[in-house]
Design a protein around this ligand. Sequence first.
Ligand code: FPP
Length: 246
Amino acid sequence: MDLKEHIALKQLPKHIAIIMDGNGRWAKQQGLIRAIGHENGTKSVRQVVEASAELGIQNLTLYAFSTENWNRPKLEVQTLMKLLVSSLKKEIKTLQDNNIKLTAIGNLGTLPKKVYKELHEVIDNTKHNTHMTLTLALSYGSREELLNTVKEISIKVKNNIISVEKIDESIINEHLYTRNLPDVDLLIRTSGEQRISNFLLWQIAYAELYFTQVLWPDFTKQHLYEAIIEYQKRERRFGKTSEQLS
Ligand code: FPP
């Protein structure tokens, strides 16, 4: 049965973020090299992008490469960067056809020139699309993002552009890489790990967390539907009581 029919389309999460984990273990299980795991991971990326666009999810953010991932063997980093370029080249048409805007968050200046160039080309070509925003977290670390935010605001205070009294949550939001995105409603992590791993620490303050054993290359549309159905079963109280909500 298609789980999609059990989703309440009027109560969709506005922002889904995914920690795509388990490519390496998936490959190992099949007796294959890690690169093949990542390659198959791109198929799951396609599945979740397509499913989200079909449902009408407005924002999807994928953790594709963390600041810590630079410490992986050089060859693996190269594989991931190559996959990124080839996926961008391959998917630009799909993004356009489906009116999807691509954005990226992270320390993008550290990406290899070729990746940076391709990425910005796709970002630029899709910037007027309105159906969904797909954000890739690349060379992303949440603490680094928060550090940058503190520095940027401090400079503005020093130059009398903002007063200390004016600093509130919205000022912080406006200085994060995610300044144009709403808070995360649903955070999914695959492969059985139950960690946040320095991903969107500020933005997940009230997010529902969903952990699944499924390894990322095995993650399909149906798995995404399952996560959304679970999200819709939960009561989000934002610190209030059940009675206050009803
Ligand atoms: C985690 O699996 C996955 C990554 C570090 C990268 C995710 C990248 C992709 C799915 C491919 C490219 C992305 C796009 C957006 C086209 P892991 O290697 O940590 O797995 P393990 O924990 O089992 O070793």
